[in-house]
Ligand binder design. Structure first.
Ligand code: PEP
Length: 256
């Protein structure tokens, strides 16, 4: 955790979820209606097909709803894409950009990720910018070099602590059940904090850095307790309300 920084527990549903899954969003929206919500933010990013109806379900809940990607342009001939403006129009507040699955499946570059983050800002959204090394890069001892490059090239110069969240997601830890050691997470987050502070000053000190990659109820307490880990980006375990809420509630102990 970072002193005076409000953690964010975010779920990324990826290409999972139909209208039947809205029951899980309803349960999460109810489950986060506790005093903890003043101290810890909760966010679910369902597929775009559920965005509008999901935000409607959260009318009287502190649960925030976001999207998983946006196009770098506001509108135009981009079949199948959605813009930041469209996400905001559905009352979404956040958008994930640069997830490793998009970097891999859609060949998204750092430059494109930065343009998407800028488009998110323009639409008034908070951008969750994902970074993280692959297994090969880790084996080659390049983790910190990769993080340095991705941070400097994917995070816009106009980023602020309010408009931007960084998510450190080692690619090899996503969906595998394997996580880095606590020492490795601590080292990576301390390195990213120093990079952000040197570039953004006091905003860099307050910018949230989430950890993502096989977070589950059984390991969330130890991961979220690490210095400079300001929340989680959760894939698989966010699909079930009980698991997501169990992770969210580790902050009851951590903040006690
Ligand atoms: C993710 O894809 O953002 C993620 C962290 O997935 P999982 O929690 O399933 O590893």
């Amino acid at each position: 955790m970072t002193p005076n920084v409000r953690p964010l527990v975010a779920g990324n549903w990826k290409m999972n979820g139909t209208r039947a899954s809205l029951d899980q969003i309803k349960a999460i929206a109810e489950g986060v209606k506790t005093p903890l919500s003043e101290k810890v933010e909760a966010l679910i990013c369902p597929p775009a097909t559920l965005l509008y109806v999901a935000t409607a379900l959260c009318d009287d809940s502190p649960l925030l709803i976001g999207a998983q990607d946006c196009h770098q342009n506001k509108s135009g001939p981009h079949t199948g894409d959605i813009s930041g403006e469209m996400i905001a129009d559905c009352f979404g507040t956040h958008v994930i950009v640069g997830h490793s699955e998009r970097r891999t499946d859609h060949a998204e570059t750092d430059h494109l990720v930065r343009a998407k983050a800028e488009a998110a800002y323009e639409a008034g959204l908070t951008a969750i910018i994902c970074v993280g090394e692959t297994a090969d890069e880790r084996r080659a001892g390049q983790t910190l070099d990769i993080l340095k490059r991705q941070l400097s090239s994917s995070v816009p110069a106009s980023a602020t602590a309010a408009s931007t969240v960084i998510a450190y997601e080692p690619v090899w830890a996503i969906g595998t059940g394997v996580t880095p050691t606590l020492e490795d997470v601590e080292k990576a987050h301390a390195f990213m904090r120093a990079e952000l502070v040197s570039r953004f000053g006091s905003d860099g000190r307050k910018m949230r850095i989430l950890y993502g990659g096989s977070v589950k109820p059984s390991n969330a307490g130890e991961l979220m307790g690490i210095d400079n880990v300001d929340g989680a980006l959760i894939g698989g375990a966010s699909l079930k309300a009980s698991d997501f809420l169990a992770i969210y509630r580790v902050y009851e102990q951590l903040l006690a």
